[in-house]
Design a protein around this ligand. Sequence first.
Ligand SMILES: C[S@@+](CC[C@H](N)C(=O)[O-])C[C@H]1O[C@@H](n2cnc3c(N)ncnc32)[C@H](O)[C@@H]1O
Length: 242
Amino acid sequence: MNEQSVDDQPFQGRQIVSFVRRGSRLVGPRETYWQEHADDFVIDVPREHSSTSVHPDFRFDAVAEYGREAPLTIEIGSGLGEAIAARAEQQPERDFMAVEVYVPGVAGLLGRIGKAGLSNVRAVNADAIDVLGSMIPAGTVDEVWTFFADPWPKKRHHKRRLVQPEFAAIVASALRPGGTWRLATDWQEYAEQMLEVTDAAAEFENPHGGYAPRFEGRILTSFERKGMDAGREIFDIEARRR
Ligand SMILES: C[S@@+](CC[C@H](N)C(=O)[O-])C[C@H]1O[C@@H](n2cnc3c(N)ncnc32)[C@H](O)[C@@H]1O
């Protein structure tokens, strides 16, 4: 795959554009993982305006995709897929969907799926806002994870942060009543924003009244390890859909 053209940048007409287009070229083992597993595990979504969009008419059919009815966890920005692959292996009775705009990240997850022989994970190479906003039928998701979302530390970039009121509304619409949105970050000031956003959203309640204990289902990823090595504290947040 080649670098994307300027015409293929994330759609700028919307409120939140949380990522910049990075190279989608696959080399070495990731190219092999893609060739071997993409047909089986990457959901082939129709696009609209760019290669990370999802056509607004497309609806996901979980039973058709996974071949059963099971609680569904969706990870937003799954990176190299470390967390979701580990949890999917621990919980074969549940289904998992990794949403990631970065193609080499999706390929990394495919490698883990192949090695562990997982059948309960799928990947979507698309913008989470389209996936949760239109592709996923409302009220059908059991858990949404947003772990170590890009903190966009410069003030002028804060508008790119994923966790904002508009995004909370999109997550709320995808979750079933009683479903859980789990967040984690190593960026204190973004953690405070996450808490403010989830507290302000009428659709959510906070079962811990503040930060949550570390989610026991979240393994230590290389990304989290980097934050810890830099001396940063890790914050977990849990918001329950009313
Ligand atoms: C800092 S990384 C963290 C990766 C992983 N969650 C972890 O803990 O190792 C954030 C990831 O979110 C992805 N991302 C950012 N905005 C996104 C969006 N709107 N939809 C899907 N993925 C997104 C980025 O490409 C990146 O891989």
